[in-house]
Design a protein around this ligand. Sequence first.
Ligand code: FMN
Length: 175
Amino acid sequence: MTVGTALPEGGTAAAPARVRAVLSNFPSGVAVVTAVHETTPVGFACQSFTSLSLDPPMVSFAVSRASQTRPRILAAGRFCVNILAADQQWLCRRFAARDVDRFRGVGWRLSASGSPVLDGVLAWIDCTVAAEYPAGDHTIVVGHVGELARPRETEPLVFLRGRLMPGAPLALTHA
Ligand SMILES: Cc1cc2nc3c(=O)[nH]c(=O)nc-3n(C[C@H](O)[C@H](O)[C@H](O)COP(=O)(O)O)c2cc1C
């Protein structure tokens, strides 16, 4: 199995390429964060989504300050986190691409609060924006969770070392 190129030990100069090379060893799921801006659905592929609080239920994601979708989600004041299944890598690529109609050919419906729920996702979490915090070249967006569901029982899509892969469970082994 390829595990990437080993990096030299030490060194404190955290150049962006080095930060990415080291931090990409922490796997994440992949979500598409969606909203409706005015009357237009918007969304972007997001690996920085995380669970924050159970009671009250809160989540967060980090979005680049350069993102064109960021101000639209914040203006909407609500968003839906669509957690992608392993067979939805095309949606990840689509929602990371620039200068395309990201929703072309994508089935979706509106959640009760008015954000797009994409067809076929593993799970979705409908939220209202609770807070936003500047964090370097990103903004951390915190959401209060409203409705949520896990419509499919299948493996998630995982992002690790710059690659997409299925999040399959380990075979059970005994010590
Ligand atoms: C797997 C994957 C994960 C991503 N995660 C994030 C993220 O957490 N935050 C972010 O700002 N952009 C992330 N991106 C980049 C965005 O999806 C998108 O390319 C970028 O926001 C530009 O589009 P926009 O201007 O519409 O936002 C990710 C891209 C990929 C492929």
